[in-house]
Design a protein around this ligand. Structure first.
Ligand SMILES: [Zn+2]
Length: 158
């Protein structure tokens, strides 16, 4: 329910923003804003469909594997549903981190000596509020210091 309200408010905000954009800068920017709006709406609709389908599959699976039998205590339904939410959260975190790692520079300065170091992606098991998630992150290895480092925004790129 919260998502629906937020999306409605967002639509109003976006329409308002497009009108402001039209008034301020002419039609060139508007078509780009409309394209963004259409793309966002399509993605939201697709996500809603996929979430509904995931919920259907989860209910069917919980019956098939015997987790939910007869009329269970509500906490059993709630607990299982929450586990699925956590699984989705971990999946999103992993994908976000993979995209970030892929878009990053391939080299960075060593924070100790300043030498150029090649960056590689490495999988790291992270403790998240939704459980353990293996995420991709960038690691540099300085040939001069012979040590690994995790680059930050100040050292990536050369
Ligand atoms: Zn170094």
């Amino acid at each position: 329910m919260g998502v629906t309200v937020c999306f409605g408010e967002w639509i109003l905000w976006k329409k308002d923003a497009m009108m402001k954009c039209t008034n301020a800068t002419g039609s060139g920017k508007t078509s780009s804003a409309e394209a963004d709006f259409e793309r966002t709406k399509k993605l939201k609709d697709r996500l809603d469909r996929l979430l509904r389908e995931a919920a259907e599959v989860e209910v069917e699976l919980s019956r098939a594997d015997g987790t939910i039998r007869g009329v269970p205590h509500y906490s059993v339904i709630e607990g299982r549903a929450h586990e699925l939410g956590k699984q989705l959260s971990r999946e999103v975190q992993q994908r976000q981190m993979s995209e970030l790692a892929a878009a990053q520079a391939t080299a960075a300065k060593c924070p100790t000596c300043g030498a150029a170091a090649r960056l590689e992606t490495r999988q790291r098991d992270m403790k998240t509020i939704d459980g353990d998630a293996g995420v991709q992150e960038l690691v540099g290895h300085c040939p001069r210091c012979r040590r690994d480092f995790f680059p930050d925004a100040r050292t990536v790129g050369l």
